[in-house]
Design a protein around this ligand. Structure first.
Ligand code: CP
Length: 304
């Protein structure tokens, strides 16, 4: 399948070759950004954020501006006619007539797929509840590729909130296509969803679940750290029981391979001590900045 006019809803909709193609175009965007300065002139991106965001929304919007396009949208849905009772479906159908591509984040899993069904324009999933965040995965893969030169046969540890962490769900699936060995480090209450574990088993992926980072830290090429997602807990007492459970600081580096790289989709709360930020292993700010070439690539491939 080509990329022109394509919805980006789930990482499962992409083959290994297509993932590599996106990374290839993103490298091109990074190297020759100026040459694409007018490639989406006259096109309009609608940025519809029903949940808070800094990186995803602003990097999509910046990417569109860098390609010469324009942006409309909202990040405070309470200031739209949704507050008067308009449905999400009607909102999508209206905005669909105002733009060339829609980027949408919403708290409900599956909501962006429904929006894509209602819209005639391509729709990009910027995070649907606890389900998926496919464009973050493209950013993560691009960052790993730049750091290591390959995505094949990595040993990757995912630590933190693996139950609610949509970035983990999308990235684990993508890396299964590259035969990664996976280490899932979480408290019992925040383990990877059973369905995802089942899929990894079906794919023959070698994985370990453990509550302690120190048990597996020497095995890792990549450590993917995630925030405990306070806003997803129905009972805040359950959150209090796991809050602050993992806090990486410099002492962790002595247990790790020297070539280890630490990623985090951000935002962070207290799971990585800022003292680690200046260490060569820490590439999470670079990862966030990679959102620009990756999202430029996606927009240009869909609309260009
Ligand atoms: N990584 C990520 O999705 O960050 P935001 O919530 O700030 O968009």
């Amino acid at each position: 399948m080509g990329f022109k006019d394509r919805d980006i809803i789930s990482i499962r909709d992409f083959s290994k070759a297509e993932l590599l193609k996106i990374l290839d175009v993103a490298s091109d965007m990074e190297a020759y950004r100026q040459e694409y300065g007018e490639s989406l002139k006259g096109k309009i991106l609608a940025s519809l954020f029903f949940e808070p965001s800094t990186r995803t929304r602003l990097s999509f919007e910046a990417a569109m501006h860098r390609l010469g396009g324009s942006v409309i949208g909202f990040s405070e849905p309470e200031n739209t006619s949704i507050s008067k009772g308009e449905t999400t479906n009607d909102t999508i159908r209206i905005v669909d007539g105002y733009c060339d591509v829609l980027v949408m984040r919403h708290p409900e899993a599956g909501s962006v797929r429904k929006a894509a069904d209602a819209a005639s324009r391509p729709v990009i999933n910027a995070g649907d509840g606890t389900n998926e965040h496919p464009t973050q995965t493209f950013v993560d893969l691009f960052t790993i590729m730049k750091a290591r030169g390959s995505l094949d046969s990595l040993s990757i540890g995912f630590i933190g909130d693996l139950k609610f962490g949509r970035t983990v769900h999308s990235l684990a699936h993508a890396l299964s296509l590259f035969r990664a060995r996976m280490f899932f480090i979480s408290p019992d209450s925040l383990r990877m969803p059973e369905g995802l574990i089942h899929d990894l088993e079906e794919s023959g992926i070698d994985y370990v679940e453990d509550g302690e980072l120190s048990n597996v830290s020497r095995e890792l090429d990549i450590l993917y750290v995630t925030r405990i997602q306070k806003e997803r807990f129905l009972d805040q007492r359950d959150y209090a029981a796991v809050k602050g459970i993992y806090r990486l600081d410099k002492s962790f580096l002595s247990q790790a391979r020297p070539e280890l790289k630490i990623l985090h989709p951000l935002p962070r709360v207290d799971e990585i001590n800022p003292h680690l930020d200046s260490e060569p292993q820490s590439i999470y700010f670079e990862q966030a900045h990679n959102g620009i070439p990756v999202r430029m690539a996606l927009l240009n491939m869909i609309l260009g």
